[in-house]
Structure formats: C-alpha cells, structure tokens
Design a protein around this ligand. Structure first.
Ligand code: 13P
Ligand code: SF4
Length: 310
C-alpha cells in the first residue's frame, strides 16, 4: 500500500471525525482534488463555503480563498494546508497603496477581483470573480466612474465585454501573464482541429486567439459540452485533471508558458500537498483567523457580489 493511499484514507476518516468539508480549487494537485468533497472555481467555492454546515472547512486553495470562506461563514474553523499559499495578484496590491489609488479617484465605484486581501476587499464596493465579472460590472450605476483592481488583464477583458470604461490597477497573475503567444500560435498550426480555451487573466495578445474565454469552471463546462475533440487549454494545468475525468475520449493540450516548461503551474496553489492536507487536519493547524472588524468590513462587498450574481 503506498503512502499516498494511506493519506487519502486517513483524510476520509479525519473528515468524518471532525465533521469537516474539504473544498478544493481546480489548480490543486490531482490527488488533492480527488479527496475533496467539492472542487470548483472561486465563485462556486465561496458559495459552497457560505452554505456549508460542517464544523470545519478545510480549504485547498490559496490564502484569499480561505479568507473569503472565513468572511462568509465565520463560525466555522477554516484550515489551509499551507498558510504561505498566497497569490501574486493579491500580494502586488498592498492595502496602503490601494488606499492612495482610491483617494485619487473620489466618488468612484470600486470593483475588486476576489484575488485580493481582506483589507483591499474592505475598501471596495463590490467583489467579482472571473465567472461573474461582466455581470457585476454591468450592474454598477452608469453614472459612476469604475476602479477595477487588481488584475489589469481581466479588467481589459471586462471593459471589452461591457463597454464600460474603467481605471485599472496595474496587477497581473504570474502564471497567466507568461503564456507565450508565439508558442500558442505554433500549437494552433500544429493542431488546426483544436479549439483554444483561455482564462481572462491572460494578456489580450493571447486572449485574441481564444475560441472561448472563461473562468476555470467556465472552461471546464465548455470543453465538456463542445462537439470538438481537441482543445488547447490556456490556464493553470491543474484544470486538465477534471477535463480528462469528464471527457476521457477528448484530447487536452496545455498551452506552454514563455519558459522551458511544457505546462504552467501556480507555485502558490502547489504549496498544498496531500501530506500537508492530512497533517493540517490531524493537527488542526494552520488555521485561518482574522480580526472581526476587518471580517465585517470585507463581508459587505462580498455579500453584494453574491446578491448580484443570482
Ligand atoms: P477562477 O475563479 O476562474 O477559478 O480563477 C481563480 C484563479 O486564481 C485564476 O488564476
Ligand atoms: Fe493567483 Fe495566478 Fe495563482 Fe491564480 S494562478 S492563485 S491568480 S498566482
């Protein structure tokens, strides 16, 4: 019996004894996704965290996702296998600098991407994810100037879709900004029968080659429903696990980044491993905690997002 099987079995037992639910993002390692009760994109995970009645939420994702779970469901204990699992978008939008950015645009309506800290969320009017950003921005009063942070590429995509002008925070995701347009075009020539699906955190130069642009869940749904048999997937490679499970007869080709690698993995997401997941459940640490005043301030724009997403 391999060690991995032991971890997976013990995790199931711990889950029952702790009355825990394991929520995992599509960018987690395959074996982590396979022990989860629910695998989803940022929005679906936030919704699942809000409605769960389990005593413990074990969040296999990055810090802002676990923080969102705590904000929406504060009476649950929230565990994260590795507290250092950050996000370049969130890290490159420090609250002090964001405050200055906001002060330069008095009266503007602030839409922040969920990939941000609780402190930035607390300074925002509404939050969005990649799956509802267009819907959210379309509901901002027409007479208000919009500030959008922290992902400039998602912001540009939303501007194109909504026709709304927005002032963009100059942030980007270190994973999605390094997809190579040149290599993508080469792959398209090599596989003319493939459709290209891409996450909106990619640069416009890459997105213009996409047949479909969407959140991780949006991309998954699209490839499963499409009559096409081959897809070039331009996002973090973890999503391929659910694509292959859902349509084993189809071919999925991960788009290469602009370095020597064949596929692109998020170094933050990959800090969580099956062993760390088991250890954090066994020891009930690390736990995500936050100040109540901050939690309360960040809750209002998140709640508005959930209302506007219905
Ligand atoms: P999704 O909301 O599409 O799952 O995206 C999360 C993320 O971090 C993308 O890099
Ligand atoms: Fe953040 Fe990019 Fe990793 Fe998503 S893929 S968690 S946006 S660094």
């Amino acid at each position: 019996m391999s060690t991995e099987v032991d971890y997976a079995q013990e995790i199931q037992e711990l889950k029952r004894s702790m009355n825990a639910v394991i929520l995992a993002h599509y960018y987690q390692e395959s074996e982590v996704q396979d022990v989860a009760d629910f695998v989803g994109d940022s929005l679906a995970l936030a919704q699942a965290a809000e409605r769960t009645e389990a005593d413990v939420i074990v969040f296999c994702g990055v810090h802002f996702m676990a923080e969102t779970a705590k904000i929406l469901n504060p009476t649950r204990q929230v565990l994260l296998p590795d507290l250092k699992a950050g996000c370049s978008l969130s890290d490159r939008c420090p609250p002090a600098a964001f405050k200055v950015f906001k002060e330069k645009h008095p009266g503007a309506f602030v839409v922040s991407y969920v990939n941000s800290s609780a402190a930035v969320k607390a300074m925002s009017d509404v939050i969005c994810t990649s799956s509802n950003a267009v819907k959210i921005v379309n509901q901002v009063p027409r007479d208000r100037q919009i500030l959008f942070a922290p992902d400039q590429h998602l912001g540009r995509h939303v501007m194109k879709q909504t026709g709304r002008d927005m002032v963009l925070w100059p942030g980007s995701c270190i994973v999605h900004e390094i997809f190579s347009e040149k290599k993508l075009v080469g792959l398209k020539v090599e596989h003319p029968d493939a459709e290209v699906v891409a996450h909106p955190e990619c640069e416009q130069a890459v997105l213009r080659h996409a047949d479909f642009i969407g959140s991780t869940k949006g991309l998954l749904d699209y490839v499963l429903k499409s009559p096409k048999q081959k897809f070039i997937v331009v996002t973090e490679a973890g999503i391929l696990h659910q694509m292959k499970k859902g349509a084993p007869q189809k071919t999925f080709i991960p788009a290469p980044p602009d370095n020597g690698c064949a596929c692109n993995e998020c170094p933050y997401m990959r800090l969580n491993t099956l062993e760390k997941l088991w250890k954090c459940m066994k020891e009930r640490t690390p736990e995500l905690t936050m100040r109540e005043d901050l939690r309360e301030a960040a809750r209002a724009p998140l709640q508005l997002m959930l209302e506007w997403s219905r």
